[in-house]
Design a protein around this ligand. Sequence first.
Ligand SMILES: Cc1ncc(COP(=O)(O)O)c(C=O)c1O
Length: 570
Amino acid sequence: MQGDGAGIVAGLAAREGRGIPPVNEFCRLRPRLRKPDFAGFFSYGSVGCCLLRSAPSEFSENELQPAGTCSSVVSPVSFFHKQVRKIDPSMSKAGSGVLKNRVFLPPHPNYLASSAIPREKAPGRSQGHGVEAGCAAEIPPKRHRRGEGTPASSRCMRRRRRPESPIWWSPAPASSGVEVEGGVALGVPFRGEFPPGGGFEGGMELNVPILSCSEVMERLKESQEMRSSDQQYLAMYSSISGGITTDPAAMVIPMDDHMVHRGHGVFDTATIEDGYLYELDNHLDRFLRSASMAKINLPFDLSSMRSILVQTVSASKCRKGSLRYWLSAGPGDFLLSSSGCHKSAFYAIVIHDQSPSNQKGVKVITSTIPIKSPQFAAMKSVNYLPNVLSKMEAEEHGAYVAIWLDDEGYIAEGPNMNVAFVTEQRELVMPHFDKILSGCTARRILVLAERLVLNGTLSRVGLCNMTVEEGKMVREMMLIGSGVLVKPILQWDESIIGDGKEGPVAQSLLDLLLEDMRSGPADVRTPVDLEPPIQRILLQVLGDLDTTFISDFMSSGSICRIISIGCSVL
Ligand SMILES: Cc1ncc(COP(=O)(O)O)c(C=O)c1O
């Protein structure tokens, strides 16, 4: 490696084994790599970078930067992220460059293929000396928080195709000649093999920065913004901070919380439907039972916890979504016992709607992952690894979920839902809840289904343990839970259930449940204030007659509504 940096060069090499070009090769190509050419090098979904320890002197800092100037760069990832945001939308594919002592180039061959620079003009085979590091990444589009303006660059990006999957190259020494497909380069998930010798040895020297609290927050925000998921986290309460935040970057829990490193925590959920929390109290009852089984003391009394949950939903302004909450042994130490934990911790988060896209019937299989013992299955603790593996097993077999059998061979439940059957005698039956989770939705369905007994659709509703053979002979089989609501099962392993079509009882139960969620009795629907109380607004308008206030409302279009309500109140 030459000391002047001439031997340290970014490469396009790895993917096609073309080697990493030395810097003189790179410099020779430089006239062709003018700014407009580089404009072809970058797309939001596919960028590449290589790091130069010391850039060739003829590269000026701004030379290859298409738009804007980054004054600092914390990592290539954040550099690209910044670039994505700063790119002039007219240079829609722009975005490669040199920043301080780093050169960024796209080593992704697909990328080259679609870039403005013909493939053959890209730097070719070389001796590959002195390459410090190379990585390529697919950068997800930046998401914007509600209420924020959307930069033109981002709007432009959004129209483009999303990356199929992220691809990362790990830092690899050129001399190793080892191609790495994907990697945990710079803290990003990694697929594939590391080069011999541990991956980073002889490659890029991984300089892990020591960050101040504000830098950590800044990075958390960046990392949050870079997530490709469309999932919106609208509000979070934490008893550690003692408040609610609507900033997803601040939705964190302490590392030494025993729920994190020991799984000593319980959780529950409640659906938010049209501004109401559905079955909150039943879920809270189960939450407290789980807490007691897990020997976790409540940090507050039940009514305070309930009020915190309602206020968190209120702060989220979410009309349709899901509330999830956890009780943990709390932060303390890294021992097993929670005796060193200062106080149990309570967390809650509001997630935007993730309701099932359709109620079409599905296939299930019998799980080979062992079911949890009754003591743990009946408790909604955070130990969901068996449930996760069971779901993954199903997906690997082209099924929706895998069904567990209990220790006696009776049908138990799914990984996050209960099961129900309609027998030949038109009975709606579910397994007893003593060895499985007592599902709030399943229990509510048992109540609602009485209406189908009254109208003659069903002969009876009840609990009954069934064998697999019996289960496969039924008229209808369905999954029931607050996530799936009611989902018909059309096939179990190789057996077709009923006539292999979605059955009428499953449909009727779904309709009853949806109606209950939208207009059921007060004991299953807890209202949440999602807007400032209208009385407060009216008092202000009518009492103060503050013209600024009124004109604000006029411009927001709300004044007509307020005045008409105000008149009727007066
Ligand atoms: C193992 C298990 N069974 C059943 C259910 C269904 O319970 P619920 O109807 O309260 O959502 C769940 C819910 O997450 C679950 O995790």
